[in-house]
Design a protein around this ligand. Structure first.
Ligand code: KG4
Length: 338
């Protein structure tokens, strides 16, 4: 039988990424061009700049991937692309490139949900066992997704306000840490013995999450302490606040995962999205969740990349979920509609 070779494109936010995946297993190429340095001075992703940089960079990322030694472009059997959710202008650049390639190569197109990619990134760490619970945590999402079968998504819980990464980034910014704050909070707190203090537990319904109240509480506390200390905080206090925030944010997530694990026949728990790189989360999940298998994505696969889009596309192809060349990107796409 002919090998399945997927070329996948991801441009939903601030990474221009292209990957090649053979038979759902062999990652032939995985190239990521990150724009983080370009957005730093804005303290977050500047959408118009993101689109312009995708347009500037996508051809060099593509030619790098296609220059793989001995690789024949005509061995590509499918082109996959992130069609949402994401920044509207940024999504369009990837979609346009994918449509052109699919048309040129006469191969089917696969329109992938970004979060399905973050979930299936875990398959680079091991094989899935269903029913499965996926904890999806990024700058824009905090969701607890139940998959009774491959590629069937039920959102059991989600944030009622801010996403975990977004809230963490704002606390970090107020502490004077650079963008993206979650990364710097992690750097500051890992492998260290730091004191922490308890934060109030938000009241939410069911398996939902809430980070906005905690964020506001922390921002007020930081401002108050800065005022009392001549506008700055000691290095020790910055670490204590950062660690307390990280701890309470992650524990809330694991509280909900534990509840779901007790109420549903979950066989495996996986974690995806930028915040899944967090060292505290990656350690605590094994300490708190017992009796079910846990998979965490390799660190290289936690931030946006196209390998995870290719892996999700592999499962879509198995289920014959293909898209016409005329498909439209959907910036506010819902995972349950997949
Ligand atoms: O998935 P992602 O790369 O982009 C989207 O939001 O789609 O996630 C970015 C988020 C940011 O909020 C960033 O601070 C957070 O993930 N993040 C982390 C870590 N690495 C990235 N948060 C905590 N610890 C980390 N190691």
């Amino acid at each position: 039988m002919k090998d399945e070779v997927i070329l996948a494109i991801e441009t939903s936010c601030d990474e221009t990424a292209i990957a090649l995946l053979r038979n759902g297993k062999e990652l032939l190429a995985n190239s990521v061009n990150t724009q983080i340095e370009d957005h730093k001075r804005f303290g977050g992703v500047y959408p118009e700049l993101a689109s312009r940089l995708h347009l500037e960079n996508i051809d060099s990322v593509l030619s790098y991937v296609l220059s793989l030694k001995g690789f024949d472009i005509h061995s590509i059997t499918h082109v996959a692309v992130t069609g949402g959710p994401g920044l509207p202008g940024a999504l369009q650049i990837g979609a346009m490139a994918a449509k052109t390639l699919a048309q040129y190569l006469h191969v089917p197109l696969v329109d992938v949900h970004h979060l399905a990619g973050h979930i299936y990134a875990n398959e680079f760490a091991g094989e899935f066992r269903y029913p499965l619970l996926a904890i999806v945590v990024s700058g824009g999402n905090s969701e607890l997704v139940y998959l009774p079968r491959p590629f069937e998504f039920h959102i059991l819980g989600e944030t009622e306000d801010d996403a975990i990464g977004e809230a963490l980034d704002k606390v970090a910014r107020s502490l004077g840490l650079p963008y993206p704050g979650g990364v710097h909070i992690d750097k500051l707190t890992k492998d260290q013995d730091i004191e922490s203090f308890d934060l109030p537990k938000p009241k939410v319904k069911g398996y939902d999450l809430s980070y906005s109240g905690l964020k506001s509480h922390l921002l007020r506390l930081i401002e108050k302490e800065k005022k009392e200390n001549g506008g700055t905080l000691s290095e020790k206090r910055v670490k204590e606040i950062a660690f307390s925030a990280e701890k309470s944010f992650v524990e809330q997530l694991l509280d909900r995962a534990e509840l779901i694990k007790n109420d549903y026949p979950v066989k495996m728990i996986v974690v995806g999205g930028g915040v899944s790189a967090n060292s505290y989360l990656r350690k605590r999940i094994y300490e708190r969740i017992k009796d079910v298998e846990i998979l965490i994505p390799p660190l290289w696969c936690t931030t946006d990349n196209a390998a995870m889009i290719a892996m999700a596309a592999h499962h879509m192809i198995e289920k014959k979920i293909l898209s016409p060349l005329s498909f439209k990107t959907r910036p506010n796409r819902n995972l349950e509609e997949e």
